[in-house]
Design a protein around this ligand. Structure first.
Ligand SMILES: C=CC1=C(C)c2cc3[nH]c(cc4nc(cc5[nH]c(cc1n2)c(C)c5CCC(=O)O)C(CCC(=O)O)=C4C)c(C)c3C=C
Ligand SMILES: [Fe+2]
Ligand SMILES: [Fe+2]
Length: 362
């Protein structure tokens, strides 16, 4: 084991605070080769697929890395934006906007985004932040609900990076904000804005990314946190139990995952005569393959084919003003005790106006 050579320590050298947003990651291009690289890293993580390593290696290299990348590349192609993968585009934008918001609130901090799998990688961004003088780093996951395969896996990457560093920055980790009032309010504003222009559906379907059911039985809090988010959002919107439907999507592999599954539920609703559904994915803070392709394309088609009349997809929080403000609130709360300038409360409305002028959505 060797540690990086670092400039000699000096008292009084500037110390900077940084916020690092971490999301899952996405391929660099919508091609089978890029997909294979991304997936080998993602699906090779023992936090993501919990089966004996030898068995998993055979399945991974035998089937998953050979057969499915071509299929998956076509799906990515259908959602790719001119600037790149939606998850990448939104994540970069969120970091830029958050930097502005925190600066206005008296926290002139470095803000970056990194991906657990793919680029920009967690170690490469931590290297950059350290080179820029960051001695305090807040890790903020773009997953509101904690789970081993997402949140804990991101922290694994931070831990691995630290093992090669001599002077490790002071880290703080936000594990969850599934019940944070500002996050719930940002979701509610997204739904209300949609209802205002499009009217209201018969049901609001909240579709969360699934995990294997086994992880729930082994003590992962993810399922419980998804249900709490849904309950709080339902209460905020004044919805009855009948009007709110919680489902889990993106099942992968043959094992049972959290139920009820999104697409079969939508088909069942259509068959029961539900004419219009509004569908939202509160567990994703940025639109990505799983929302734009799996929900807005595939699930939409399934619902309409089963006799449903109207399918309304409500976009993720992305660059909406209430969401960036919520991120700023959450970050500030976790940075307490770190040196900072006092917040200038009078500039908050001015900040909102500038954010809107700069392209954030309200
Ligand atoms: C939001 C939380 C997420 C959880 C929990 C999660 C668990 C999980 N995912 C897989 C397998 C796949 N996930 C895929 C895509 C994907 N997953 C998340 C988020 C969570 N995953 C996001 C944001 C994305 C989108 C990435 C993008 O590029 O837009 C995929 C598809 C990628 C592909 O190769 O086609 C798979 C497969 C497992 C096994 C798992 C829990 C154990
Ligand atoms: Fe996933
Ligand atoms: Fe999917």
């Amino acid at each position: 084991m060797t540690f990086a050579t670092e400039p000699p320590f000096r008292h009084g050298s500037p110390e900077r605070t940084a916020v690092l947003l971490v999301n899952l990651g996405t391929p660099d291009a919508p091609t089978p080769a890029a997909l294979r690289r991304y997936r080998a890293q993602f699906l090779g993580d023992p936090r993501v697929v919990e089966i004996p390593r030898v068995l998993w290696w055979l399945i991974l290299h035998g089937v998953i890395l050979r057969v499915r990348p071509a299929k998956s590349a076509k799906k990515y192609e259908s959602i790719w934006m001119p600037e790149g993968s939606p998850l990448q585009v939104w994540s970069a934008g969120q970091a830029t906007l958050l930097r502005g918001y925190l600066g206005e609130r008296g926290h002139p901090v470095l803000v970056r985004h990194a991906m657990r799998y793919g680029n920009p990688s967690v170690p490469s961004v931590l290297d950059e932040l350290k080179a820029e003088g960051a001695t305090r780093i807040l890790l903020l996951p773009m997953y509101p609900q904690y789970s081993g395969p997402t949140t804990a896996s991101a922290w694994d990457a931070v831990g691995e990076w630290s093992r090669s560093v001599r002077h490790v920055p002071e880290f703080r980790f936000v594990n969850r904000y599934h019940d944070d009032a500002a996050y719930i309010e940002a979701l509610a504003q997204r739904v209300l804005a949609h209802w205002q222009t499009e009217g209201r559906g018969d049901k609001l379907v909240l579709s969360f990314h699934g995990v294997p059911k086994r992880t729930l039985l082994l003590g992962d809090p993810y399922h419980c946190e998804c249900l709490k988010t849904a309950r709080l959002l339902g209460e905020r919107l004044g919805l009855s139990r009948e009007q709110l439907v919680v489902t889990f999507q993106s099942r992968f592999g043959k094992a049972e995952w959290l139920q009820p599954y999104t697409e079969p539920t939508l088909i069942e609703l259509a068959k029961q005569g539900v004419a219009r559904v509004d569908v939202m994915c509160p567990g994703f803070t940025a639109d990505c393959l799983e929302t734009l392709e799996e929900i807005d394309q595939e699930a939409r088609e399934a619902f309409l084919e089963a006799g449903g009349k109207e399918f309304h997809y409500i976009p993720c929080l992305n660059d909406s003003h209430p969401w960036i403000a919520a991120m700023a609130d959450i970050a500030m709360r976790h940075m307490q005790g770190w040196p900072m300038k006092p917040a200038d409360a009078s500039s908050l409305e001015a900040q909102r106006q500038r954010a809107l002028a700069a392209g954030a959505t309200d």
